[in-house]
Unconditional design. Structure first.
Lengths: 179, 102
């Protein structure tokens, strides 16, 4: 059982990493969106392996379902041309990029070398939905409500952002029509 | 879950974060840039879930729940901004957006 889950984990991890690299490396944005779907589903699978079925379900529904459909929609709407892989950045940008990547790689390396302590006693016992919902609806009730307000604000913001430009476009169209 | 999976998950999440960061720094297409940001948020969520599982703390999972909600809101607003931008300038190349540069 343990080896099976280990093999499954490494398959999922390899797929997640490969699709993540595909997202940033493919020239066609449409392919990037689909590999991001694959990445989200792989990460959901790893959540499942970590014993977290609820978050895995949310991950699939919200990420692979809602957010990526939105991305797909926008990519289709905007008629994005295939662009070149690397921006026409100067040498400064390349150097900065190399520095950033080296710094983060160093940090990761140090973290691995210094090691992560063994799991505490009772690891994985909180994975059930009851403990989670207890926490969510008692201790984190206020953030829960605030997040609902945030979603409402985001919804209104999206409508306003796109509506204003639609009106401007219509006005422009009218002007053109009159001229 | 085998004890090896926890640290390996952390390593995976770090690598995914690195991938997203390279994408943000390298690409110029605003949509792909945005997808790289989503990749990084995904990596952060993976890290949180891994720690929650290793330490037996449900708080990390609640945090992931909130992070997912905020990511959804952020994606909606960000894509709306992209659409408004495209309507205004006809392009979503981030290098073309240098009006605030001095």
């Amino acid at each position: 059982m343990e080896t099976v889950s280990l093999i499954l984990f490494f398959c999922l991890a390899a797929a997640a990493l490969a699709s993540g690299i595909f997202v940033i490396a493919h020239r066609n944005p449409m392919a990037s969106v689909f590999s991001l779907v694959v990445n989200a589903v792989c990460v959901a699978g790893i959540f499942l392996l970590l014993g977290d079925a609820f978050l895995a379900a949310i991950q699939v529904i919200v990420y692979a379902g809602a957010i990526l459909v939105l991305f797909l929609f926008v990519v289709m709407l905007l008629d994005v041309r295939r662009d070149e892989l690397f921006g026409a950045g100067g040498r400064l940008r390349r150097v900065l990029l190399a520095l950033f990547v080296a710094a983060l790689g160093l940090a990761i390396g140090r973290g691995i070398v210094s090691g992560i302590g063994p799991g505490a006693e009772g690891a994985g016992t909180t994975a059930g939905v009851p403990a989670f919902s207890d926490l969510l609806f008692q201790r984190y009730l206020l953030p829960f409500e605030v997040v609902s307000m945030l979603l409402l604000a985001a919804m209104l913001g999206v409508v306003v952002l796109t509506m204003r430009s639609t009106r401007a476009g219509e006005a422009g169209g009218e002007k053109e029509g009159r001229a | 879950v085998t004890p090896l999976v926890g640290p390996a998950t952390l390593l995976l999440s770090a690598l995914l974060f690195l991938t997203g960061m390279v994408g943000v720094l390298v690409r110029r297409n605003a949509i792909v840039l945005f997808m790289s940001v989503e990749l990084m948020m995904n990596a952060a969520n993976l890290c949180l879930v891994s720690f929650a599982q290793q330490l037996g703390a449900a708080e990390g999972r609640a945090l992931v729940f909130f992070a997912l909600t905020v990511a959804a809101a952020e994606a909606g607003v960000g894509l709306a901004i992209l659409i408004a931008l495209y309507r205004r300038t006809g392009s979503i190349d981030v290098d073309a957006l240098d009006r605030l540069r001095w």
